[in-house]
Design a protein around this ligand. Sequence first.
Ligand SMILES: Cc1cc2nc3c(=O)[nH]c(=O)nc-3n(C[C@H](O)[C@H](O)[C@H](O)COP(=O)(O)O)c2cc1C
Ligand SMILES: [Fe+2]
Ligand SMILES: [Fe+2]
Length: 401
Amino acid sequence: MGRISERIRYVGVNDLQKVIFEGMWPLPFGVSYNSYLVISDKVALIDTVEAGFAAEYMDNIRKELGDRKVDYLVVNHMEPDHSSLIRLVREAWPDVRIVGNAKTVPMIKGYHGIADNIHIVKEGDSISLGDCTLTFYMAPMVHWPETMVTYLNEEKTLFSGDAFGTFGAVDGGIQDQTARLMGSSDSALDTFDAFRDEMRRYYSNIVGKFGQTVQAALKKLSGLEISRICATHGPVWEKNIPEVISYYDRLSRYDADNGVCIAYASMYGNTAAAAKALAAALEERGVECVLHNLCTENVSYAYRDVFKYNTLVVGSPTYNNDIFPPAYGFMYGVCARLVKNRRFAAFGSFTWAGASVKLLNEMASRAGMELISDGLSFPQAYSKEKCDMEALADKIAASLK
Ligand SMILES: Cc1cc2nc3c(=O)[nH]c(=O)nc-3n(C[C@H](O)[C@H](O)[C@H](O)COP(=O)(O)O)c2cc1C
Ligand SMILES: [Fe+2]
Ligand SMILES: [Fe+2]
């Protein structure tokens, strides 16, 4: 699956072993770490892969290059899932010139102890490989300060780093004409559609806070003609470029569909019963809605759907006069992601003095969300009389019209 074009070869790997990415995010479909060779009179390697894949990675490179050497190693991003094998590349080809920007340099030294033979590039600088040219554009805070992208002028190809990346290992060829989400049951889906949910889960959990800097990068890149996007995770985008760019644009503007993400936490099932009643009431009214249990699910799925729907409803019992910790942690993360343009409501059970709903409302208000209800705080067991989810569903349905 190495050949993307005569000049560009894929030398990345699928990781189907890792259970939890970045110590937090499950990988039900795995993940790929993508690295690319650009072969001309000179050879450039773009990024590396995660530690643990050294043998497979070197095999992939040698299969494409034979005895030729790598002249340049372009470091678009220093997060270790892409930079771990920098030292290995330097050991294999001791003359390799590492290409990064001023912010990359101290990170390479700090992680790998490498400080020599580094070529520092600035915005718009180019390197000729012979019959083709690489041009570098800075993309700070997408999603680290040193992130940059590399453009291969002659092939209108953007090596975009994590931007436009997605969770999910890739099966069936790396290009989106044939690529499939590994382990997915629906092989009939278009590639973008197959990856859409995992792309949103990747974006919302890893890049989500940086909507503003992603917007700045998109604006900058809009001046380039792009016919291929080689990201560091997921398929190489060719046919799906319009969908992928417009999806990133929407996500980074926090633009969302009409619908409701209900995220709840519950110790004894009372708040859970209210959550389910709300979901049923919304369904009766034809309002799209998803339900996430913050006590049993990894929180990345709830964040994924906070980025999908324009209405967020959070359920939490009162716990030590506060928000129940799983719901607090979730809400803290929503605020940390600087999520904008959301409508909000809260609900939850207490036994002697409710506090969670008021505190959730305060967090949402501070984050600039629009409260569509005062919230539904109810004592002890859930009942329709104590917690009128029909009325809340009516308000939500009306607000979505
Ligand atoms: C450790 C602990 C602390 C609690 N703190 C409070 C509290 O400060 N105020 C209150 O009214 N209820 C408090 N409760 C009672 C719960 O809010 C109550 O049991 C509620 O119905 C739980 O909702 P759930 O069934 O959705 O978990 C506490 C319960 C536990 C287990
Ligand atoms: Fe990253
Ligand atoms: Fe990454």
